[in-house]
Ligand binder design. Sequence first.
Ligand code: GCB
Length: 633
Amino acid sequence: MKLFVKIAALWVLSISAACADRGSVADAPIVPLEKSGVAEEAYSATETATAMVNLNGRSRVDLSGKWRYIVDPSRLGILKAGRQRGFPKDRGPTNHPLIEYEWDTSPTMDVPGDWNSQVRELNMYEGMVWFRRKVSADPQPGKRYFLHFEASNYDTRVFLNGDLLGRHIGGFTPFEFEVTDKLKAGENSLVVSVDSEHSAKTIPAEDFDWQNYGGITRPVSLIEVPETFIHSYWVRLGKAGHIEVDVKLDGPNRAGSMVDISIPSLGVTVQAKTDAQGQAQASFPTPEGLKLWEPATPTLYDVKVASNQDSIGDRIGFRTIEVRGPKIYLNNKPLTLYGISIHEEALGEIPTRRMDEAAARALLGEALDLGSNFVRLAHYPHSEIMPRLADEMGLLVWSEIPVYWDIDFESEKTLHEAQTMINEMIARDKNRASIIVWSVANETPIKDVRTVFLRKLIDNVRAQDSTRLVSSAMDKSAKKDGQAENLIVANDPLGEFVDIISLNRYDGWYGPLTPAEIYKVQWETIYDKPIILSEFGAGALHGYRADPLTRWSEDYQALMYEEFIEMTKRIPNYAGMSPWILKDFRSHRRFHGRFQAGWNRKGVIDQTGKRKLAFDVLQNYYNEQDSREPLKP
Ligand code: GCB
């Protein structure tokens, strides 16, 4: 069969991007925006399709660098009826009295990046900012071009050479627009508006406990692919002990094409033919000698997918994950999750959402040093770098969408947006063996409309992926009459639909108990399912030492960890934990002047990585449990 020596040269780029924003565009005539195709209705009418997978395997120009920006708190850059505005038009200097902006002299900031950490005045800003970058291109016949955004937070509109390409809602998942017919040879103007404001209608809504980093927070690329290209693939170990493959081609020759899938080091090559939609499936028995992926031995294989015109490689691990009764099984062996929760915020005195490989390695490296075999990537899909590194480092992953606290559960539109977030999360990461749990929400109120909403999300996840578990972090129990004060009953009706009952508990911090009274907390469950503590914790300022019953001290936090570890013995069906949280993180709802000053202090390390006493408590516990040793049958 034809192989994939199909050639790096194929991937050599024929596009070139301007290294920096070069400025100086001649005066452009003023075109009424109504005639330019940029009308307000168009903004809400556009939507994106799920983006292609695995950018690393593609021919692309990384558009990272300094982009010009304009802060637009009144959203004047969007055409308002009857007004001559519109930053999308890449005008140069002009004397027109109604056009009071000039891209070429506007300030610059780094993309990818959040504006909060880069521009002092924008530290707490929530609203609209416009960005512009010049992109030089040399489009080749027979090739297709896409502008791909790995994420921008929250509501993004993208314009190329003044035309709206589309709009994307959601701050943490990738999206792209095809620009094959719009990309000019020479210089192009790429203008992007990003609005980070949250409302009762957004996901999350207005109240959430982390810094709302705004901006084009993850990389933007101009991707070149063949006319018919490999849009996506999914290679995994299925339940029946077979390796299963799905491939999707996009382009005029997508139907009836042969695709080859190979795992050279296992001597496997198979072929499949695409259907009318460009989709092909293959399934083959698990090859002899296949080493399963698990934390102690995170084996990854080079996998290649090739079609007539395209080929792409990835590193993929194979494992199974299941729940049977109250236990979780990885590769058929009982598994306890020894984890830690992590926000997407880099270590450092000036916190940022921008995550490069070094920043991601630093966070996951701390999780490994703790002895974790598991990380909860809270509260939204993190940069793709995280699950890719987790694959390499042997960390199991929980990945979630930002349905957080109370959102507009009544709204069809909100449901649609949440479904899109799930689809985009799964599409991007389904080849990552490390991800074992898709979670649809965090701490939502118990009410029917919520349960119906989340059940639809869960059904959507299950329809797409039967090789992972589904959960949702819960915190409430429906109280029974006469229930003892310190009794926690895992009985949220949502529990019926998830695989793992995950509970966030803050006894000893938000409730009336002190850490010394946590021994009084008792547990019951109505579900024959595994229970994990998806959060617990206490705020502590690094370096503040005091009596263990003094709030905000490291000693108080350490005692809480000891008591919660002890409490796990009283939790029925106990299957693991991901305490809250690895690192102190920025949050605008943390007002305590002395101890918080805008930081949630529940980290077991502070923002620069200094470890608190609780780190040692957790590390000792995990090491005593042989948390990273090979699993036993
Ligand atoms: C929670 C939330 C988490 C908060 C944490 C806290 O229950 O899930 O997002 O940051 O509590 O520190 O209060």
